[in-house]
Design a protein around this ligand. Structure first.
Ligand code: ZN
Ligand code: ZN
Length: 134
């Protein structure tokens, strides 16, 4: 990952964005990040935040998460990992277990595709929302 970082110019804006994302556990959307970045760089525009996020994800420094029917979210963890999403509040957390390749082998006989990876998202209700229901 460090090698990749050299292919991208580390502007102050990008450093601030990375720094903020690094301290977020919630996989924020671009809009949420924009609100946080603005506290440090009051003159930055939403379009600039979007552009920088695209550049950072192309450079492999952040991971873009796309789920059907949801806004794009951004992830500071670029290594493969699984997510669990709260169906009530939309919060996304990382799961500690490492993705297994077994699941890809299982599907191999069922497709002519060359399988290069997979995404797995578990869905549930987070502890905060569970407390609210009771
Ligand atoms: Zn929740
Ligand atoms: Zn994640």
């Amino acid at each position: 990952m460090v090698d990749m970082a050299e292919n991208i110019k580390m502007t102050r804006q990008r450093r601030v964005i990375l720094d903020i994302l690094d301290r977020c556990e919630t996989h924020p959307s671009a809009d949420e990040l924009y609100d946080l970045v603005r506290k440090k760089l009051p003159k930055i525009s939403l379009a600039t935040v979007y552009r920088n996020l695209d550049a950072l994800s192309e450079a492999g420094l952040v991971r873009k998460l796309e789920f059907s029917g949801c806004q794009k979210r951004f992830d500071k963890t670029v290594l493969d990992h699984y997510h669990i999403r709260c169906q009530a509040c939309g919060k996304i957390e990382d799961l500690p277990s490492e993705p297994g390749r077994g699941i890809e082998r299982k599907f191999l006989p069922q497709t002519e595709f060359e399988i290069t990876g997979h995404n797995l998202e578990l869905i549930g209700i987070c502890p905060d929302c569970r407390r609210k229901v009771r």
